[in-house]
Design a protein around this ligand. Structure first.
Ligand SMILES: Cc1cc2nc3c(=O)[nH]c(=O)nc-3n(C[C@H](O)[C@H](O)[C@H](O)COP(=O)(O)OP(=O)(O)OC[C@H]3O[C@@H](n4cnc5c(N)ncnc54)[C@H](O)[C@@H]3O)c2cc1C
Length: 275
């Protein structure tokens, strides 16, 4: 759920009213992913002005990895001042990711809203209660639902708007089911290459990426760190090209070439084309 920011002129006039009504108020816009019945119910909740709906099979599992880009794209488009979620397993997964991507500190488990930037939250498993003021441009927080009165579920009449998100489309086979995987490392899909922005993270192999075991795995300029190795070592045939003969990737490689990949790869490609 997200609260949309208002234009600054409007904000000044509304601020007093906003303050008076803030504690306990429902957010005025909500983002729903893929559920007609929920959309209908949400649109009737008092205080909700608009429900944004994104429908796609990828959102059915409520995976934070899929939902974070959706929330970020929505934030980019609508420029909300507050983004929140329930303090559930779902919220605990999603909210820190969204906050990290927006480069703001999230506030978790709030039990009271004192003003638009001041919240009460519990720490030490509820043994200490603290009041925090948040000076981030966007307030990202999770809410203990049991600490708030439920908004009346039938007094509202929010509009419903569909939003679209561009999902990664590729004519390549899915990484986990591909028969041949060609991976490039920091030099040229290891974690380092994704971090460097060379490739999207759906191409990352490894502990925090995908597990692969294709017929043929070609590792080019990949050192073979354990976080990469353990998730691709079951590949049927592993070919490694690395200029460092001591690179750990050679310990699991069936076929290794110690060479500069910028020289070796074009040569091998030419040879293969001639075959
Ligand atoms: C919690 C955690 C989770 C992680 N998860 C993952 C994960 O899912 N996947 C993953 O890949 N990593 C993961 N990592 C990171 C991992 O530890 C390594 O840092 C990363 O795999 C290194 O990537 P790299 O081999 O591409 O880069 P580097 O370690 O920089 O190695 C580059 C290699 O390329 C070789 N090279 C350089 N230039 C050339 C050239 N011109 N020709 C030939 N060879 C060359 C070098 O000799 C070197 O061996 C994780 C780390 C942590 C802590």
């Amino acid at each position: 759920m997200a609260v949309r920011s208002r234009p600054s002129a409007e904000r000044g006039k509304e601020r007093a009213a906003e303050r008076a009504h803030w504690p306990g108020a429902a957010p005025n816009e909500a983002v729903a992913a893929g559920c007609d019945k929920i959309v209908q119910e949400l649109s009737k909740v008092q205080g909700v002005a608009k429900v944004l709906v994104a429908q796609h099979d990828v959102y059915k599992g409520f995976l934070a990895e899929e939902l974070t880009p959706l929330v970020l794209a929505t934030q980019k488009q609508f420029n909300y001042t507050h983004i929140c979620s329930g303090a559930s397993a779902f919220g605990k997964n999603l909210i820190p990711r969204v906050a990290a991507k927006l480069d703001v500190a999230p506030i978790s488990d709030i039990i009271e809203i004192k003003s638009p930037d001041t919240f009460v939250r519990t720490i030490y498993a509820g043994n200490v209660i603290c009041t925090v003021q948040c000076d981030e441009g966007v307030k990202v927080f999770s809410v203990c639902g049991t600490s708030f009165e439920a908004a009346p579920p039938s007094a509202g009449s929010a509009s419903v708007e569909k939003i679209e998100q561009k999902l990664t489309e590729s004519d390549r086979p899915e990484l986990t089911s591909a028969k041949v995987v060609v991976s490039g490392g920091r030099v040229g899909a290891s974690h380092a290459a994704v971090d460097a922005g060379f490739v999207p993270n759906d191409l990352q192999v490894g502990q925090t990426g995908k597990i692969v075991a294709p017929e043929l795995y070609i590792a080019m300029g990949i050192s073979g760190a354990i976080q990469h190795l353990a998730w691709m070592k079951d590949s049927k045939t592993i070919v490694a090209i690395n200029k460092d003969p001591e690179a750990p990737i050679f310990q699991v490689a069936d076929c290794g070439l110690v060479a500069d990949l910028f020289q070796a790869v074009p040569e091998v490609t030419e040879l293969l084309k001639k075959k």
